[in-house]
Design a protein around this ligand. Structure first.
Ligand SMILES: O=C[C@H](O)COP(=O)(O)O
Length: 261
């Protein structure tokens, strides 16, 4: 099954809502409609920017989508600082990132938490981008496939095949995030292929063939072509390079198969 590539720009804790508007305007200017037949492009700003991005995207009928960097596992109530899936859906979000390694490491999120957030996203019609990824020690010991599949099983445990069909998986080796040390295309393919195999076991071969599996970790305009050229890599979760309009538009165009903007 042909899977449309997805380029998701995770801004992390960068850019206020004025800067968000400027960046989205520049990206949209560089990526006219023809690209969107071949690639889905989404931006994942901080929560405080989402309303401004919504106004711009809806007002100017832009074809890029947007999402959130996290979602609460809870529906509503006394959860200070949390943002619910219903709130994000009301803001027109398409995606919610769950289980990013920075949440797992810095905020102690377990697979159980990630699973609860994945369910909350699905319940509210958001597409969860479920992140998995090994640290350097695991990679150096050669246990990356086993480790990632365990995270995947834990993060999707008990979901139905229909639910799994609605998920995007992002493989992000922790040692490649923000370090400039990108995994080789073969490294990315190895784990993404194993992820697809595991999805076939968890759901079905048909579902696995339709789920988009992204790679993330120091992706930029120079390396994206080779990475998304791998048969089981369906796009990228981009951090640093998503903050530069020209570079993000260029790497999105490359994922679309060109031409360069
Ligand atoms: O979510 C994005 C990833 O953490 C990758 O970040 P990076 O492209 O800055 O390495």
């Amino acid at each position: 099954m042909a899977r449309k590539p997805l380029i998701a720009g995770n801004w992390k804790m960068n850019l206020n809502h004025f800067e968000a508007i400027a960046l989205v305007q520049k990206i949209a200017f560089s990526l006219p409609a023809k690209y969107f037949d071949k690639v889905d492009v989404t931006v994942i700003p901080p929560f405080t920017d989402i309303r401004s991005v919504q106004t711009l995207v809806e007002g100017d009928k832009l074809l890029l989508t947007y999402g959130a960097q996290d979602v609460s596992a809870h529906d509503s109530g006394a959860y200070t600082g949390e943002i619910s899936g219903a709130m994000l859906a009301k803001l027109g979000c398409t995606f919610a990132v769950v289980g990013h390694s920075e949440r797992r490491t810095l905020h102690g999120e377990s697979n159980e938490t990630v699973l609860a957030k994945t369910k909350a996203a699905l319940k509210n019609g958001l597409t969860p981008i479920v992140c998995i990824g090994e640290g350097l020690e695991i990679r150096e010991a050669g246990n990356q496939v086993e480790y990632n599949l365990e995270q995947l099983r834990g993060s999707l445990a008990g979901l139905s095949a229909d639910e799994i069909a609605k998920v995007v998986v992002a493989y992000e080796p922790v040692w490649a995030i923000g370090t400039g040390r990108v995994a080789t295309p073969a490294d990315a393919q190895e784990v993404c292929k194993a992820v697809r195999g595991e999805l076939a076991t968890l759901a079905s071969a048909e579902v696995a063939a339709g789920v988009r599996v992204l790679y993330g970790g120091s992706v930029n305009a120079k390396n994206v072509g080779e990475i998304v050229g791998q048969s089981d890599v369906d796009g990228a979760l981009v951090g640093g390079a998503s903050l530069k309009a020209d570079e993000f538009a260029t790497l999105s165009a490359i994922a679309a198969g060109g031409p360069l903007p």
